[in-house]
Write a protein that binds this ligand. Structure first.
Ligand code: ADQ
Length: 485
């Protein structure tokens, strides 16, 4: 493995490891980044420990990509590479988001396989490895994020990297019966065995991974302690549920209550109850089903007509992918139908907004809500559900309605859990949430908040880094800088 790093604080005399995070897209500070849970998690880990964040910077080019651009901010080095336009389309819009994303979320209908895209996925992963290699230092802990970069570990190993390599999957991992629909499923599983630590959001995902390992390598590959042994490699597969920065969310939410945006929104309710949903515009988030459940609710409980406002914030994402254009159209039609049918001169049942907000403003909007509705059809975790709980006023908290198909449901059992496909049950849950007495709201909220504090974002990164250090055969060496350790 090459030495000669890029001269950031971690090269210094401490002798400790440096954390290197790699993800498809990186969020440069002060640029308005697309919202997404992955960026929230990586940034929080790096702010705590310092280190390097490597990934695509958001630009495509017609030229062969050059050396990474480097920016250093507050102890974090950001290294961004450009990608060629055509290759990016095939790798990102194609293989990552029209093959792996739908498959891993159990949407076979939305998946189609194409060898050219698969080749581009492979070559972008190779390119990432080539561009990252000269930036690496001998004691680095390398933490790769998400489904875009599964083969990166193999490429780094082939280029001589022998130090600790970890991989965390932010989205669900499919059971082998689903996974083997993918023609190169065996390569995908083998690629994961090049890492020392493979992390998942929930027990379900871990079990699904084991089902793949057992299918490919036999039950004996899974050892009693849960580790996986394939050839001469041993990896630790574990659950690391991602969390939120509870204290920051609480402070942001409280402060944002007096901001102009939140006050104007609150005043405009004219005393009506507020239900809020916040999701990237993605078919996996169950928005079409949610809109129809809301309509069902208005029909079943007509006494609520004119008395509740549902605000759905859904910033556009992946707009170059056909399925995302279609879901956008379906939602506009669904919102239009409900509003056309139920709206009055002084009331709109659904406020539907396709825009980003500063995180703090969003937390204020969540705190203002009587009901938070989070009903994905499948979700690795879902940070909005956790942010909603953290943002509430504990003395008068709102109620969370949560899909039992979101990873977050494993921890947030005190939410009103629903099957997101069951519009009648979701309608009943909205009614139950609006009518819930204060003592019950407090009790449910307190139980969830306690879990959120235990499994917060700092605990998530600390546990993963510790597992990676152990896998590398060393005592904990990555030092935390700043708060949150
Ligand atoms: P996502 O699918 O992007 O994440 P989620 O976990 O809900 O979903 O995270 C979204 C983040 O973006 C939240 O922090 C939210 O506050 C923010 N956000 C959403 N809308 C916004 C808006 N309009 N303006 C500003 N910010 C907005 C993926 C997986 C999830 C997993 C995360 C983290 O799909 O299952 O929880 O990674 O691992």
């Amino acid at each position: 493995m090459p030495g000669g790093g890029i001269g950031d604080p971690w090269e210094s005399v401490t002798g400790m490891s440096r954390l290197v995070c790699v993800s498809n897209r990186i969020s440069l500070p002060r640029k308005s980044a697309a919202p997404g849970g992955l960026a929230v998690g990586v940034l929080s880990a790096l702010k705590r420990t310092g280190g390097l964040w490597f990934g695509w910077g958001g630009e495509t080019t017609d030229e062969p990509p050059g050396d990474p651009d480097l920016h250093i901010r507050e102890g974090v080095t950001y290294a961004t590479v450009d990608l060629r336009k055509r290759e990016f389309d095939l790798y990102y819009n194609g293989y990552a988001n029209q093959v792996l994303w739908p498959l891993f979320h159990y949407f076979l209908r939305g998946m189609r396989y194409n060898v050219e895209e698969r080749d581009a996925y492979e070559s972008v992963n190779r390119l990432f490895a080539q561009k990252l290699l000269p930036l690496l230092q001998p004691r680095d802990l390398i933490w790769v994020h998400d489904y875009h970069l599964i083969p990166l570990g193999r490429h780094l190993r082939e280029m001589g990297v022998s130090g600790p390599l970890g991989f965390f999957l932010h989205i669900p991992f499919p059971n082998i019966e689903m996974l083997r629909v993918l023609p190169p499923y065996a390569e995908l599983l083998r690629d994961l065995t090049h890492y020392d630590v493979v992390g998942f959001q929930t027990e379900n995902d871990l079990k699904a991974f084991y089902s793949g390992i057992e299918h490919l390598f036999g039950a004996e590959a899974i050892r009693g302690d849960g580790r996986v042994r394939v050839g001469d490699r041993t990896l630790r597969a574990e659950v690391f549920p991602i969390g939120v920065d509870v204290v920051t969310v609480q402070n942001e939410a409280m402060e944002a209550m007096s901001s102009d945006v939140v006050r104007r929104m609150y005043d405009s309710l004219m005393g009506r109850q507020l239900m809020v949903g916040v999701d990237r515009l993605d078919y996996s988030k169950g928005l079409v089903e949610r809109f129809s459940a809301y309509q069902h609710f208005l029909e079943t409980y007509p006494e609520n007509v004119g008395r509740i406002t549902y605000m759905q914030i859904a910033p556009l994402s992946r707009s170059d992918v056909k399925a995302y254009v279609e879901i956008r159209q379906s939602l506009e039609q669904a919102a239009g139908r409900t509003n056309g049918r139920f709206a009055d001169t002084d009331w709109t049942p659904i406020r539907y907004l396709n825009r980003n907000f500063p995180h703090a403003t969003l937390m204020g909007l969540l705190r203002s809500a009587h009901v938070g509705i989070v009903t994905p059809l499948r979700d690795g975790m879902n940070l909005v559900a956790k942010e909603f709980v953290a943002a509430q006023n504990p003395d008068d908290p709102g109620v969370l309605i949560l899909s039992n198909l979101a990873g977050a449901a494993r921890e947030l059992g005190s939410a009103l859990l629903v099957n997101p496909y069951d519009s009648r049950a979701v309608g009943h849950a909205i009614q139950a949430a609006l009518a819930m007495p204060l003592p019950e709201r407090r009790e449910r909220h307190a139980a969830m908040l306690q879990i959120l504090k235990r499994n917060d974002i700092a605990a998530w990164s600390r546990r993963f880094i510790e597992a990676l250090e152990k896998a590398g055969g060393s005592e904990p060496r990555v030092r935390a800088v700043g708060k949150g350790s």
